[in-house]
Design a protein around this ligand. Structure first.
Ligand code: NDP
Ligand code: A1CAB
Length: 276
């Protein structure tokens, strides 16, 4: 697929994550008239219509019927109810491409909910998709064609980096690192902002210095050939102030804390796969 392919994409559920994806897609040039969304309550839909000019409905069946590609975007615990309802009311689900962005739930579950004949791609996106800086992990079932995979790659390329995975298990890890990752960074940034405020800065200045520092560090990490440790060392003058700050993080075993956080999130993904 060299020219950009357009299929009508219907998001079932219009919460934070699908808003980030569809917002990023439309900002990136995907035609709004081929993007649809459903949600039980109206306010989010009104906002999406106003902001992006897409068609919305409170009726999941209508959106699923109109879509070539159905993006299941509800919480994992609602997935069974929503899918079984679609299976009962939407004809030809096996002729559409289904994409699920839910954490945890495995291919086998969707076949149970929607039928064995569906074609499914699982995606683990993250919210920076809204600003074109997302990470989307993708894994396809055996029925997805090359054209399906190319199309989904194209869609998620609009909103950032796409990473195809060979094994379904890997999406739990990618989710725990990149899907949840923005929350970890925000938490860390919040801590730095609080520190600056407690040491005399007002909230606005504190936030400005933290967000610009995070942006600068992320840009350097993206643009440099050096390892992250080398980049860290460049800031850490011998006998200087950074060394003292880093020492505090190292004494608190920040690297180990990150590993424990990722392991906890992976474990929850595995647990959700069994629970829902
Ligand atoms: N947020 C993130 O960073 C990421 C989320 N995900 C996955 O994305 C999915 C959605 O998460 P997120 O957007 O954050 O969740 P939100 O809680 O922001 O949104 C969930 C949405 O689903 C709607 N909803 C509830 N019941 C139904 C229904 N029966 N039919 C259609 N829509 C319904 C809710 O509507 P209402 O408000 O009216 O109740 C709400 O708008 C989850 O499965 C999550 O695992 C994946 C990667 C990252
Ligand atoms: O917290 C969650 O379960 C979802 C998946 C990754 C980010 N948010």
């Amino acid at each position: 697929m060299s020219a950009k392919e357009v299929r009508t994409i219907g998001f079932i559920g219009a919460g934070n994550m699908p808003q980030s994806i569809l917002g990023g897609m439309i900002k990136g040039g995907y035609p709004a008239k081929h993007v649809l969304a459903s949600n039980p309550s109206r306010p989010k839909l009104d906002l999406l219509e106003e902001k992006y000019g897409i068609y919305t409905s409170q009726d999941n069946h209508e959106i699923a019927r109109k879509a070539d590609v159905i993006v299941l975007s509800v919480k994992p615990q609602l997935m069974r109810e929503v899918c079984e309802d679609l299976a009962a009311h939407v004809p030809d689900l096996d002729k559409k491409l289904i994409v699920s962005i839910a954490a945890g739930l495995r291919f086998a579950r969707y076949y149970e909910f929607l039928g064995d004949d569906i074609t499914l791609i699982r995606c683990m996106p993250n919210t920076p998709s809204l600003v074109g800086a997302g990470v989307s992990g993708l894994v396809a079932d055996g029925k997805a064609t090359t054209a399906d995979k190319d199309f989904v790659t194209q869609v998620f390329d609009y909103v950032g980096l796409t990473i195809w995975l060979d094994e379904e298990d890997a999406i739990d890890v990618l989710g725990a690192v990149a899907g949840s990752g923005p929350a970890y960074f925000f938490e860390f940034m919040h801590g730095l902002q609080r520190a600056a405020e407690e040491l005399g800065f007002d909230a606005e200045q504190a936030r400005a210095m933290v967000q610009q520092t995070a942006l600068g560090a992320a840009k350097m990490a993206c643009e440099s050939d050096l390892s992250l440790i080398e980049l860290r060392k460049q800031v850490t003058s011998k006998g200087g102030s950074t060394a003292k700050g880093i020492e505090v993080y190292q004494n608190a075993e920040l690297t180990d804390i990150s590993k424990r956080a990722v392991e906890a999130a992976v474990a929850r993904n595995q647990e959700m796969a069994k629970l829902f």
